[in-house]
Design a binder for this molecule. Structure first.
Ligand SMILES: *[C@@H]1O[C@H](CO)[C@@H](O)[C@H](O)[C@H]1NC(C)=O
Ligand SMILES: *[C@@H]1O[C@H](CO)[C@@H](O)[C@H](O)[C@H]1NC(C)=O
Ligand SMILES: *[C@@H]1O[C@H](CO)[C@@H](O)[C@H](O)[C@H]1NC(C)=O
Ligand SMILES: *[C@@H]1O[C@H](CO)[C@@H](O)[C@H](O)[C@H]1NC(C)=O
Ligand SMILES: *[C@@H]1O[C@H](CO)[C@@H](O)[C@H](O)[C@H]1NC(C)=O
Ligand SMILES: *[C@@H]1O[C@H](CO)[C@@H](O)[C@H](O)[C@H]1NC(C)=O
Length: 303
């Protein structure tokens, strides 16, 4: 993985003259207007917010969501799960009351299979047919980010980049600090898409779910089950808050964890305060399977 990454990187360096300066195009927003404003956590005192670029005004209850799945369905094409790690689902903006908006800017609709295909007010969300979001990341030279995403942000039954596009267009377009207006007058198209993906990987790394569980003795097993309390307590002991723990199979198969936050400053660089879940678990009280993966669906990864 690492050596492949280096080969790709040096190939890219050799073909892009501008890279000789070793500085990649910027993807950060322009928040110079924010430096003297009061800081406050999202959802807590929104009267203090003077700018939606400086604070998460829309979608201030922020969820970092992760998946546990045992296969990808595209193993034969090399789409494998990272051994010893959960995978990224996304970074979602909920309104402070638990409701949420979606597909908030159809001019940035990159999702090839919108879900839902119609908004609650009846507006259709047209399927996207242009170049995949992978090309946006490549335009900014971020082969490192792409490598990370292809390792830890894995789709089931369809290519990874379709999933990344879905997460951006459905969710990030409803987070105020990723509005294109926050990137200044020399904004370049797709800058905020790359910036969102960087942000997702940063917040994901705050929560090494596999290792938090494993270190508490909760390991994937096809022989023993766990209780909901065991799962919640293991994670709460490291985060101080009870995350949402999700199950499929009528409450019997662990497959998701969501970590809740209020954010101080921007979602990109601000501080995330971990909070209790506002959503009840869908798992049974006991008898929960945390399945071992199919060995041929995994590959070793470095962190
Ligand atoms: C950022 O925006 C400020 C105005 O708010 C402007 O003066 C400054 O030049 C901008 N910086 C960049 C790097 O675009
Ligand atoms: C909310 O923010 C405003 C503006 O900064 C401030 O005047 C007010 O005291 C704050 N309220 C609380 C409860 O912190
Ligand atoms: C869930 O329960 C319903 C009703 O008991 C049953 O019909 C269904 O097959 C179950 N699904 C799974 C995945 O176990
Ligand atoms: C969550 O569960 C508690 C306790 O069973 C219940 O009182 C509450 O109404 C539930 N909340 C939701 C949103 O379903
Ligand atoms: C899950 O919990 C429900 C409600 O307590 C129960 O009816 C169901 O049988 C449980 N499922 C299994 C497979 O234990
Ligand atoms: C464990 O069980 C799951 C669910 O049935 C299955 O997909 C997986 O291949 C099994 N893993 C091992 C190592 O047997």
């Amino acid at each position: 993985m690492l050596s492949l990454g280096l080969v790709v990187l040096s190939a890219a360096l050799a073909t892009h003259a501008s890279w000789s300066q070793l500085a990649l195009p910027r993807t950060y927003p322009n928040i110079s207007q924010c430096v003297d404003l009061p800081v406050q956590y999202s959802c807590e005192n929104t009267t203090a917010f003077a700018s939606s670029c400086c604070n998460v005004v829309q979608g201030g209850l922020v969820l970092q969501t992760q998946f546990w799945s045992t296969y990808t369905g595209l193993e034969r094409e090399g789409q494998l799960l990272p051994a010893g790690s959960w995978t990224i689902h996304g970074l979602w903006p909920d309104n402070c009351d638990g409701s949420y908006d979606q597909y908030c800017d159809l001019s940035r609709q990159y999702d090839p299979s919108p879900d839902p295909s119609k908004l609650p007010d009846g507006t259709p969300v047209p399927p996207y047919k242009g170049p995949g979001v992978q090309t946006f990341i490549e335009e900014f030279g971020r082969v490192d980010l792409l490598g990370y995403m292809n390792t830890f942000w894995i789709n089931q039954g369809a290519p990874n980049e379709d999933f990344w596009a879905h997460e951006f267009s459905k969710h990030a377009t409803c987070t105020s600090t990723f509005d294109t207006a926050c990137y200044g007058s020399d904004y370049k198209e797709h800058m905020e898409v790359v910036n969102f993906y960087e942000t997702v990987t940063k917040v994901f790394q705050m929560y090494p779910t596999y290792n938090m569980f494993a270190a508490s003795g909760v390991l994937p097993s096809n022989k023993t089950t766990y209780s909901l309390t065991q799962l919640q307590s293991a994670l709460r002991s490291q985060t101080g808050a009870t995350p949402y723990v999700g199950c499929s199979g009528n409450g019997t198969v662990l497959d998701e964890v969501w970590y809740f936050h209020h954010v101080l400053g921007t979602e990109q660089y601000g501080h995330f305060k971990t909070l209790h879940s506002t959503t009840n678990s869908t798992c049974n009280e006991s008898g929960i399977w945390y399945y071992e993966r199919t060995p041929t669906s995994e590959r070793p990864v470095s962190y």
